[in-house]
Each structure stands twice: as structure tokens, then as C-alpha cells.
Design a protein around this ligand. Structure first.
Ligand SMILES: Cc1ncc(COP(=O)(O)OP(=O)(O)O)c(N)n1
Ligand SMILES: Cc1ncsc1CCOP(=O)(O)O
Ligand SMILES: [Mg+2]
Length: 207
């Protein structure tokens, strides 16, 4: 399995956002170091998810970057993405591993050591851990776990921990010190006036 990038850009497909422009800009700065996770709204059709994933994958391929698909593993397989990410409302991790096969990159959401260990045992190759900080990007999330919560998970597993939720470049050092291997961001790049510069800043913080 190829080594995982430390910076994950999760696409923002809320109304008024321009995910492909943000992905293009981030790729010019991060190139092969970027992981792009194609995440669409729950209300999006599979066809919409497939079309976006195909376009993102083509952009990633130009730079040797990794493309993952959130939730919809059949879309990941259909476009030829490197893998996918599942959480509590998605396929169970073991089923997701079965779908992706032994070599696919499989991320699973966890916010506590017990669920983290269970996800790794079931086949997760990395964990998305959070929300670390408050976020306005996703509704209905539990309270943020902060760097302390990230540390508890990171100490319990031996796969990369990707911190998510309210991540900014300024918050990266504390998350890395807590054991996060990398970070996943939506708003830090989607809402940036200069997403390429914001990507470079995040990469510097992660280095
Ligand atoms: C890297 C990463 N971590 C966590 C999530 C959240 O996944 P999930 O809990 O399934 O929630 P949705 O993103 O599907 O709304 C993620 N997507 N990526
Ligand atoms: C999908 C998801 N899962 C936990 S937090 C989150 C959204 C993170 O977005 P942002 O980086 O804008 O806080
Ligand atoms: Mg999900």
C-alpha cells in the first residue's frame, strides 16, 4: 500500500462552492503529497458523485496525487480511485474492506480509542479522528475532542491518524504533537481566498 499523504482535502460541494477550482489550486501547491477525498452532499445522486469523482481523479492523476471517495465505495471502484472513507452511517469497516479488497486505502471515522482499535482490526488503513475543533461545515457532530482526544486515539493504534474538524494551519502543530499523522480540511481550503497559498501554509505546518 503506498504511503499516505499528510494533507487531505475533502471536497466542499455545498451550494455556492467550487470544489474543482479548489482541488486544482491545492494540487498546484501540494502535487503528489495531496490526498483528495471526494465528498458530496447526502442529497447528491450517484451520477453526480461519479461525475465529480471522475473529474477529481483525472486532476489527481496529473500530479500523482491520491483520490479517495467518501461513503460511496461503488463510486470509488467505478472511477478507479485509490480507496474510500466510511463512518458510522456507512458500510461497516469489515464490509468496506471486503468491497475495496486487500490493497485499497480505507479510512474509518473514530473519536475514541475503543472504536479506533475496532476499526483497525476490521481493516481500516487510516483513521479520520474528530471533530478536533468546532466546525460549521458539518451539522450534528458531537463535542470536539481537541488534541487530547486525538492523542488518546493515536496512542491506541498503529495506523495513520488524520485529524479532522476545524483544522487550520495554526492548529496543526498541537495536533501533530498529539500524534496526528496528518489532517483533513474542508473550510481551510474551500473558504480560502487563495487556496494554493493556504495549501502551502498547511504543508509547511505539517512538515
Ligand atoms: C478523514 C475523514 N475523517 C472523518 C470523516 C467523516 O466521515 P463520516 O463520519 O462518515 O461523515 P461524512 O463525512 O460521511 O459526513 C471524513 N469524511 N473524512
Ligand atoms: C466531514 C467532517 N467530519 C468531521 S468534521 C467534518 C467537517 C470538517 O470540515 P472543516 O475542515 O471545514 O471543519
Ligand atoms: Mg460517511
Amino acid at each position: 500500500m503506498p504511503s499516505l499523504g499528510r494533507l487531505h482535502l475533502v471536497t466542499d460541494t455545498r451550494p455556492g462552492r467550487d470544489p474543482l477550482t479548489v482541488v486544482r489550486a491545492a494540487l498546484t501547491a501540494a502535487r503528489a503529497d495531496l490526498v483528495v477525498q471526494v465528498r458530496v452532499e447526502d442529497s447528491a445522486t450517484d451520477r453526480e458523485a461519479y461525475d465529480l469523482a471522475g473529474r477529481v481523479l483525472a486532476l489527481c492523476a496529473r500530479y500523482g496525487a491520491t483520490c479517495l471517495v467518501n461513503d460511496r465505495l461503488h463510486v470509488a471502484l467505478a472511477v478507479g480511485a485509490a480507496g474510500g472513507h466510511v463512518g458510522a452511517d456507512d458500510l461497516p469497516v469489515a464490509a468496506a474492506r471486503h468491497v475495496l479488497g486487500p490493497t485499497g486505502v480505507l479510512g474509518a471515522t473514530a473519536r475514541a480509542p475503543e472504536t479506533a482499535v475496532a476499526a483497525v482490526t476490521a481493516g481500516a488503513s487510516y483513521l479520520g479522528v474528530g471533530p478536533c475543533h468546532a466546525t460549521s461545515t458539518k451539522d450534528g457532530l458531537p463535542d470536539p475532542i481537541g488534541p487530547t482526544g486525538v492523542r488518546a486515539v493515536a496512542d491506541a493504534v498503529d495506523v495513520p491518524v488524520i485529524a479532522i474538524g476545524g483544522v487550520t494551519a495554526a492548529r496543526v502543530p498541537a495536533l501533530r504533537a498529539a500524534g496526528a499523522y496528518g489532517v483533513a480540511v474542508v473550510g481551510a481550503l474551500s473558504a480560502a481566498t487563495d487556496p494554493a497559498a493556504a495549501t502551502a501554509e498547511l504543508l509547511r505546518a505539517l512538515a
